[in-house]
Design a protein around this ligand. Structure first.
Ligand SMILES: Cc1cc2nc3c(=O)[nH]c(=O)nc-3n(C[C@H](O)[C@H](O)[C@H](O)COP(=O)(O)OP(=O)(O)OC[C@H]3O[C@@H](n4cnc5c(N)ncnc54)[C@H](O)[C@@H]3O)c2cc1C
Length: 379
C-alpha cells in the first residue's frame, strides 16, 4: 500500500475545498492499517481520519500530518432472526447510502429515512447522522475500532458511544480510535411505526399517504432531499456543501417564547420549534432566513444553496476562509437579531489538527455588516 506525499485533499470532500496533506494513505485491510500506524509512529505524525469528507471543512493550508482514508469495504448480512430482525456488519469505508439501498431492497427499516446522506459508514457512526426522525444511534449495536496509538482493536457497545444530537464519543479532537466496522440491527418494515416516527418528529407530511414499503419511504425521502439540494451530486454545485452547516440550536423555554412572541406579533403565526430534553429546539435554517438571508446569498467565494438556507456551498472557487467568513456573517447576524448563538456541525481541519470553526461574537452592535448584511443577495 502506498503512502503518498503532499496529497491534495479537496477532491476527497463534498465542498471541494482544502490544501494538501503531508502524507495520505488509504488502507483497505487491517494489516495495511497496521503498516500505516507503524509509519505514523516512526515519523511521529499527527493523524486525521477522513471518510467521505461530507462533514469536513479542510483549511486551504492543508494538514501537516497523515490523513488516513479508510478503504475497507466488506458488508455481511446475517440471516433474519425469528422476529425478522437482521444484523448487518459494515466496514467503515463503505458508502452509507449503499447500505440503505440494500436494506430497503430487503424491506428492512431503521435507516430508510436517512436515504441520500453522503459519506461513509465510519463517518455516519462518528456523527450520529440523522434525518426525518431516524438517527444512526437507534439501530447501532457496536463498532469495532482500532486505537491509533496502541494498534489494539476492541468493540465499543452502544452504551459507550455517548451518542447525542449529531455527536458521539468519537467526535472529539482528542479521539485516537479509528472505526473499522459498524454493526446495525434493522427491523422488518412496519407502516404504523413509520407513520408514528415521522409524525413525532414533525415530518407527518412525508407519510400523509401511508408508505407501502421501506423502498417507498426511501423514494419519498430522496424526492424531498433533492428539492432541498441535500443529495450530493458531483455535477450540481448547489449540493457542494457539508449539508447543514450549523446544528439546530436548543434554547431555554424563555428564549423560545421571547423569539416566538416577536414573530407572532409581526406575522400572526407561530415559529417552528420542538420541545426536546433540556429545552426547545429551533430551526437554524429558519433563524437564518428570518435574519434576512435568502437562498443563493453570495459572500466572497462562498454562497448559500439556492435550495436551502442552512447549506453553505462552494459555487466553484471558494476558499476555506470564504466559508468561514460567510459562517461568521450568518452566525453574527442571527446572534444580533435573536440573541441565539449558532454552533457549527462541521469538523474543521487545520494545518495542525481539528479546531473549532472560528466564530467571533464580539461587538455585534457596532458591526454595520451584521446590521445590514441581509438586505441584498450579496455581501
Ligand atoms: C448534501 C449533504 C447532505 C447532508 N445531509 C445530512 C443529513 O441529512 N443528516 C446528517 O446527519 N448529516 C448530513 N450531512 C453531513 C454528512 O453527510 C454526515 O455527517 C456524514 O456522516 C459524514 O460522513 P463522512 O464519511 O463524509 O465523514 P467525514 O466528513 O469524512 O468525517 C467526519 C468526522 O468523522 C470522522 N471519521 C470519519 N470516518 C471515521 C472512521 N472510520 N473512524 C473514526 N473517525 C472517522 C472524521 O475524522 C471527522 O471527525 C450531509 C452532507 C451533505 C454534503
Amino acid at each position: 500500500m502506498l503512502i503518498q506525499e503532499n496529497h491534495r485533499l479537496s477532491p476527497y470532500t463534498t465542498l471541494g475545498i482544502g490544501g494538501t496533506a503531508r502524507y495520505f494513505a488509504s488502507p483497505s485491510t487491517k494489516d495495511e492499517l497496521a503498516e500505516v500506524l507503524r509509519f505514523v509512529h516512526d515519523n511521529e505524525l499527527r493523524c486525521f481520519i477522513l471518510g467521505g469528507g461530507s462533514n469536513t471543512l479542510i483549511s486551504d493550508d492543508g494538514f501537516d500530518g497523515i490523513v488516513i482514508h479508510p478503504a475497507m469495504k466488506d458488508v455481511t448480512w446475517e440471516t433474519p432472526d425469528a422476529d425478522g430482525y437482521v444484523t448487518v456488519h459494515v466496514d467503515a469505508g463503505c458508502t452509507f447510502d449503499d447500505v440503505v439501498v440494500e436494506a430497503v431492497k430487503r424491506d428492512l427499516a431503521g435507516i430508510e429515512s436517512m436515504s441520500g446522506i453522503p459519506g461513509t459508514m465510519g463517518g455516519a457512526a462518528v456523527q450520529n447522522i440523522g434525518a426525518y426522525g431516524q438517527e444512526l444511534a437507534d439501530v447501532f449495536v457496536e463498532a469495532e475500532v482500532m486505537d491509533l496509538v496502541t494498534g489494539e482493536t476492541s468493540l465499543i457497545k452502544k452504551e459507550d458511544m455517548a451518542f447525542g444530537y449529531r455527536t458521539s464519543a468519537l467526535k472529539n479532537a482528542e479521539n485516537t480510535r479509528i472505526v473499522l466496522r459498524v454493526s446495525l440491527r434493522l427491523a422488518p418494515f412496519d407502516v404504523d411505526s413509520a407513520v408514528r416516527v415521522a409524525a413525532e418528529h414533525g415530518f407527518a407530511k412525508l407519510t400523509l399517504v401511508s408508505p407501502k414499503s421501506a423502498s417507498d419511504m426511501r423514494r419519498r425521502v430522496l424526492e424531498t432531499r433533492r428539492s432541498k439540494g441535500m443529495c450530493y451530486d458531483v455535477n450540481d454545485k448547489d449540493t457542494h456543501s457539508v449539508g447543514s452547516f450549523f446544528v439546530n440550536p436548543v434554547v431555554s423555554q424563555n428564549d423560545a417564547s421571547r423569539i416566538n412572541a416577536a414573530y407572532i406579533l409581526s406575522n400572526g403565526k407561530s415559529m417552528p420549534m420542538f420541545s426536546v430534553e433540556g429545552g426547545v429546539k429551533l430551526s437554524a435554517a429558519w433563524l437564518i432566513e428570518q435574519a434576512g438571508f435568502s437562498r443563493g446569498y453570495l459572500c466572497d467565494g462562498a454562497a448559500l444553496s439556492a435550495r436551502h438556507c442552512l447549506a453553505i456551498i462552494n459555487p466553484g472557487n471558494a476558499k476555506s476562509a470564504d466559508v468561514i467568513a460567510l459562517a461568521n456573517r450568518l452566525a453574527r447576524t442571527v446572534a444580533f437579531k435573536f440573541k441565539v448563538r449558532l454552533s457549527p456541525e462541521v469538523i474543521y481541519l487545520t494545518r495542525t489538527g481539528i479546531e473549532p470553526v472560528p466564530l467571533d461574537f464580539e461587538n455585534l452592535e457596532l458591526d454595520n455588516n451584521v446590521r445590514n448584511s441581509a438586505v441584498s443577495a450579496k455581501c
